[in-house]
Write a new protein. Sequence first.
Length: 359
Amino acid sequence: MPANAYIHIPFCKSKCKYCSFVSFNRLELMTGYVFALLKDISENYQGENIKTLYFGGGTPSLLQLELLKKIVKQFRLAEDYEFTMEINPDDGDLNYLKQLRALGVNRLSIGSQTFDDDILKLIGRRHNSSQIIETVHLAKEAGFDNISVDLIYGLPTQSLEGLKKDLDRFLSLDIQHISTYGLKIEENCFWSKEPPKDLPSEDLQADMYEEVDNTLENAGFYRYEVSNFAKKGFESRHNLNYWDNNEYYGFGAAAHGYSDGIRYSNFTNLEDYMAKPHIHEFGHTLNEQEKLEEEIFLGFRKRSGVNIKCINQKFGIDFENKYKEVLSKYSDYIEKAPSGYTLNLKGVLISNLILSEFL
């Protein structure tokens, strides 16, 4: 049974131009949404001790404390739990952060993206660079010692030198975790209809990723997953649960979950979810081939790589024999790891191409 839970809070004051996540500028519905969410949890949560709890969005830090408390009270948290809350820098009020810490939140994920104020305006963020710094300082003052920030590279008008400055500023904050994402213009985002000009080329974006990797690893961060770097002991346990292909609950509009071999998703439309919060909109029972492919795809995202002993036992195969042609073809990009095989930095850059050959 799942021992990890994701809670989706789909509300934002405004929509960033690159964002394709399910979120709405309808804050007047938040209270009603939370009561629907409580029904979702009461109907589907089986009472396990929850090892990791993650509030994402949207902007979870828009939640009033009383509403947040109602949600958290539904769960039994394991003794050594990780409780992550995504917050925006413009919500960095000391009193609110102290109350989050008192409620049991022990990990913050701050939606920073860049320190370039002009680019922040261009992409539709509401905060500025000084608010990032202030929020990190306030979080530490409130008692948080596990702080993650988001960094996006490949943004419009962004140069390699600009990215280097961002990295220097983030490293000066003495934080424990950095999530890095290359900008992708997805369907349903503002820019999908009219892409911005001055986007870095694919080659430059690849150079940016290598710069991120080299700079952060030299600064004591370890790339434990394609997009995530952490100081030792501060890896996101919640996200590692995804990449280890374990089960998890998904609560809230558009949330995804995985339980008993079934991958499911909730209603994306806010009204549909609030009317039928306990019913999943979609569910798919994975067959053995799909389970194997997911194990490989997710395993290669991790620096530790795919665990061939585990895969061979789970699926009754000889991984090295079954995929010997792919392993040989991409021998410059796939390396031996203690538990099996992993992608090197060159392999990460063409990971979609490599992984497609395992499917």
